[in-house]
Design a protein around this ligand. Structure first.
Ligand SMILES: NC(=O)c1ccc[n+]([C@@H]2O[C@H](COP(=O)([O-])OP(=O)(O)OC[C@H]3O[C@@H](n4cnc5c(N)ncnc54)[C@H](OP(=O)(O)O)[C@@H]3O)[C@@H](O)[C@H]2O)c1
Length: 231
């Protein structure tokens, strides 16, 4: 397994913090380098658990952490809001939750139709100017806008859902041309693909070999699930 191309995603958490910490330690041992989170995941608990492991592990904690802003649950429903007020309030929470002065990588979680391109550029520049973020990425943005943001060197990583509905070739070509990275998420379709097609490790290997220039963000809620990737 090419563990260095896998990223552990924290959209769903294991039942206990103890299991989470064990999963993180397995990830590190296997050679995973990144964890993916978001302000909205488990109402900030995912970020808090990452921050707790980081604090408990001290300098032994080597993983880089990506998180996302601009999406929240309002009355149980996900709502996209890339207004400066929301983004900066969430960014401050994420810094506190993760216990860091700078976030390794901050994604704008989703495309906000209410934000025009001029304001999107302004937002990205003002996030940068805080000095609190090492890199900025876009998640689930339409191709044309993504392309222009990459060409202007405003963002360096993209997150897209793995599956048939997206024309990766377009995104891949612009990423390759400008040295941006592509992360594909939800390889098991929330576990449904494993029930249908079998082994998780085989699914990951296939997706990795079909998408040589991308990383894959997977979810796992049990230590045994990660151990089973090597078969
Ligand atoms: N950018 C975005 O908008 C966005 C959206 C969604 C997700 N993501 C990222 O992508 C990550 C992955 O997505 P995901 O967790 O929704 O979906 P996923 O990776 O497709 O599926 C994860 C689920 O698959 C099951 N599973 C994993 N390994 C298994 C194994 N060896 N045997 C049996 N079942 C296994 C587990 O289900 P059970 O827990 O039921 O056992 C696990 O929770 C997220 O954590 C998040 O970081 C990003």
């Amino acid at each position: 397994m090419e563990w260095n191309r896998l990223i552990y995603g924290t959209y769903r958490l294991p039942e206990s913090y103890k299991d989470f910490k064990e999963i993180i330690s397995i990830c590190e041992r296997k050679g995973i380098r990144w964890i993916d989170s978001a302000h909205m995941y488990n109402h900030q608990e995912s970020e808090r658990w990452i921050g707790r492991v980081k604090k408990e592990e001290g300098p032994r904690f080597k993983l880089k952490v990506a998180t996302k802003c601009g999406k929240s649950y309002i009355n149980g429903e996900p709502k996209i809001d890339l207004s400066e007020k929301t983004v900066f309030s969430q960014l401050n929470n994420s810094l506190k939750n993760l216990g860091v002065k700078k976030i390794d990588l901050l994604f704008l979680h989703d495309y906000d139709k209410n934000l025009n391109e001029v304001d999107l550029i302004k937002l990205i520049k003002s996030i940068r100017s805080t000095g609190r973020v090492k890199a900025i990425g876009l998640s689930n943005f339409p191709f044309d806008i993504t392309k222009r943001m990459i060409e202007k060197k405003l963002v360096s990583v993209l997150q897209l859902k793995y599956g048939k509905s997206i024309n990766y070739a377009l995104y891949k070509s612009v990423c390759q041309k400008h040295g941006a990275a592509l992360w594909l998420y939800r390889p098991f379709n929330k576990g449904k693909s494993i029930k249908k097609r079998g082994q998780a490790g085989a699914i990951l290997k296939r997706i990795l070999s079909e998408n040589k220039d991308s990383k894959i963000i997977f979810g796992a809620t049990k230590t045994s699930q990660i151990e089973s990737f090597d078969y």
